[in-house]
Design a protein around this ligand. Structure first.
Ligand code: FAD
Length: 508
């Protein structure tokens, strides 16, 4: 007998799962996840992503079993797998969420759509976030976001599964070629996501305002929901609704708590706002958002600089400590991510694409739409955002004034006296000998002169920006990608472009 096929991708939950709810309304359901070998071969894939998915699938499978179902894991390219199971047991309806993924998943979805047409199968793709497919204009986007978030959560009651689950628990082996699984990363699974949500809403959000910029306080002050949103263990709608409920329950005098939750909700808008950019223009994964910035950095890629950055050997302690923390935990707060990209893009003058591939593998929460838009924004190639150049020495002074952070992640810095924390490479030989550290060995020399290199890179960027063709190209980018929200924060004066159109405010 026929069944409704539910294809899980980056939506590894059963609550507020539109595809599952819709399918179960129509009849018996069969749930699958496809391990696509080519997908895991892409340069943005890492072992930590696979392991997080594995943990989340196991939790999902365990949740479905008491209801009489399970999730089947199949290996192969999606159209081949669908063909295989269709030949064994035909189905007429395929249900999934819309995916705004990388170029590979975009092409795969085209192949799956063609396969469905050829086999007369209806593919029902449901919106997963406040992202609008085939969006005509950014006007009205905010209203659509709000409408999505206000809809009741999709329930999945009394499901009838197509057949009894396989008796054995779900086992999954990671492909051999995958590497990088940070020892201190967050664990996959809905229970872990819900625990993070609850502890944030009830207590940790008190520290959100003022706590999210320093890498010392951010791991606790930030929600830490990003991997659970990126891999779909939680739905965006349930996070928005739970936050609004918590806000409504707080008394007016809970000013700090309310401010934290309000600021958090604005980040949830940004999540979808950034994914919308990739949805509307998939090419920004590979090409500059403003093509007027083409060939700015492409010809000058310094491999030695890139290798030193990845090895946490730039010589700037704050940068090297962030790279180390990221390598060990799979997470970094927004400001430090922005600083890493800024250092790569300006003083090191590295093109964002290879840097982005490396960071995609480092970030457990890798979400292509946010990631590539942010990479471009922090590298100055969108043409519409204020240039933000983060000075790693100033970031250290502002956000790690006593050196706790750099000393935690860089053992050699533990021996460096306080007065040399910002520029340890300038320690005289006598101080080095006394401290027992050697500049150039234990502590790297900076790759370039920070001031000089930054000045030169800004000059190159401003020259390009000043060109008439580049100025003229800006309007089209604004029309397509810029938020229509008015800016109400301290950077108000920067918030309008020369064309007097509103622009996205993005920093804390
Ligand atoms: C270069 C760069 C790359 C990034 N890549 C990713 C990525 O691949 N995946 C990802 O989820 N975030 C990315 N971010 C955005 C941001 O740094 C992370 O979302 C945030 O640090 C995750 O921690 P959190 O969940 O505790 O954040 P919170 O501050 O608690 O925010 C809650 C949620 O809001 C969203 N959010 C927060 N900040 C942003 C932002 N600036 N832009 C868009 N959405 C935001 C995320 O979904 C996040 O989980 C990137 C930022 C930069 C500068």
């Amino acid at each position: 007998m026929s069944y409704q096929l539910v294809w899980f991708k980056r939506d590894l939950r059963w609550q507020d799962h539109a595809a599952l709810a819709e399918a179960s309304k129509r009849g018996k359901i069969r749930c699958i996840y496809i391990v696509e070998p080519e997908l895991w071969q892409q340069p943005d894939a890492a072992l930590q992503h696979f392991e997080f998915v594995r943990e989340s699938l196991q939790a999902l499978d365990a949740a479905l079993r008491p209801m009489g179902g399970c999730i089947e894991v199949l290996v192969g390219e999606a159209p081949d797998v669908l063909s295989r199971i269709w030949r064994e047991a035909p189905f007429a309806n395929l249900h999934s969420h819309q995916e705004t993924g990388n170029q590979w998943t975009y092409q795969r979805d085209l192949r799956v759509a063609a396969w469905c047409r050829a086999h007369d199968i209806a593919w029902h793709e449901h919106a997963q976030f406040g992202v609008v497919r085939a969006l005509k204009s950014r006007d009205g986007w905010q209203t659509a976001w709000e409408a999505h978030m206000q809809l009741p959560q999709r329930t999945f009651s009394e499901p009838v599964f197509w057949r009894a689950p396989a008796p054995e628990p779900l086992l999954l082996q990671a492909p051999n070629h995958l590497t990088h699984d940070p020892p201190l990363r967050q664990m996959g699974g809905r229970a872990q996501g819900l625990a993070a949500l609850q502890s944030f809403l009830k207590a940790r959000s008190l520290g959100y305002r003022g706590g999210i910029s320093s890498p010392l306080s951010a791991p606790d002050a930030c929600s830490r929901l990003s991997p659970y949103l990126s891999w779909g263990c939680l739905s965006m709608r349930e996070v928005v609704q739970a936050t609004r409920e918590q806000l409504a329950a707080l008394p007016p005098q809970a000013v700090r708590h309310r401010a934290g939750l309000t600021a958090f909700i604005s980040r949830l808008h940004w999540h979808c706002h950034f994914i919308q950019k990739l949805e509307s223009e998939p090419a920004i994964e590979w090409h500059n958002m403003h093509r007027g910035y083409d060939n700015l950095r492409e010809q000058e890629f310094n491999t030695a600089h890139f290798e030193a950055l990845q090895a946490a050997r730039t010589g700037w302690p704050m940068v090297d400590a962030c790279v180390t923390m990221l390598r060990e935990t799979g997470w970094l707060n927004f400001r430090m991510r922005a600083m890493l990209v800024s250092v790569a893009a300006y003083p090191l003058w590295l093109h964002w694409r290879p840097v982005g591939e490396w960071l995609a593998r480092q970030f457990l929460d890798y979400e292509p739409g946010i990631h590539w838009s942010q990479l471009q924004m922090q590298s100055g190639t969108t043409g519409i955002n204020t240039t933000r150049v983060y000075n790693p020495l100033k970031q250290a002074q502002d956000h790690d004034p006593h050196g706790q952070f750099v000393r935690r992640w860089l053992p050699a810095m533990r021996k460096v006296p306080d007065s040399w924390l910002w520029q340890p490479w300038q320690m005289p030989a006598s101080v080095q000998a006394q401290a027992g550290v050697r500049v150039g060995l234990d502590i790297p020399m900076p790759l370039v002169d920070l001031g000089e290199a930054t000045k030169l890179s800004k000059q190159k960027l401003y020259e390009r920006r000043g060109m008439q063709a580049v100025r003229e190209g800006k309007r089209a980018v604004i029309e397509k990608h810029a938020s229509r929200q008015r800016v109400t924060t301290r950077k108000k004066s920067n918030a309008r472009t020369a064309d007097n159109l509103p622009q996205m405010q993005f920093d804390f």
